[in-house]
Write a protein that binds this ligand. Sequence first.
Ligand code: ZN
Length: 294
Amino acid sequence: MSKNNHPASTFFQKQHTIFRCPICSKQMRVVNAKSLICSNDHCFDISKYGYVNLLSRSVNNKYDKKMFKSRRTLSKSGFFEPLYERITQSVMNRAAFKNEVTKVLDAGCGEGSNLSSILQKINQSIPYEFLGVGVDISKEAIIAASRHYKSCIWCVADLAKCPFYDKQFDLILNILSPANYSEFQRILEDEGLVIKVVPDKDYLQEIREILYEKTNKQHYSNDKTLELFRDNLDILDILNVRYTRILDNALIRDLIQMTPLSWSATEVSLQKILKMNSLEITIDLTILLGRKKL
Ligand SMILES: [Zn+2]
């Protein structure tokens, strides 16, 4: 059998001790640089693109390739740049750096541009080694991530059953994606940090106004998300990042493509927005910084 020569297979070999079998929780090892195998012989292949699928069954969801491409284009256009800056700053201010590798998990990483952009910024600023691990339940998302961002480990996995040993991560990012706090508690180091990003009330308000005119979907509150975060972690800081971006027609289409807001909109309102030549969009996000309750 041929070996896997993808650069990520070296990553897996070096970092295999963080993984635990998602089926039986046993230790895993890398065999022939191409599979992660546990001591009960549950085997997960490292794909030739450099990701590993640790789901024991396939999951269907509404996210598709087109959506991930749009998400990447939007991210490249600088749409999330101020958010990435603030997160990088927070990490540099808070994280306790050590001589070993600092391990960062992006839980619900999607197509990978958040993790990859943030790590790039951190690496430009400080001389410590960071290892990025991105996890998402969508196989399509992870395939896209592994093809475009080669410097992280990418895994298809269920957050409710994280395929990692206890206390493996120094930092967990959870950006515009659902959390699983019991697993976060388990896999986070005692001194570790959780950075969760949630929409604030004016996030994409222009889109909502057009798509959901006069309905209750026009409004959004993150009170419940905040409460849940507070119940599970000690809050260190709450930051708001608010800015606007003017999008041209192509980027408006990308934004509509990637946001679940469009899924339940009417065809008429969708067409209206897709025909616009430019639109100023508000990005209004809350960054929650938390620490493990000990
Ligand atoms: Zn196993």
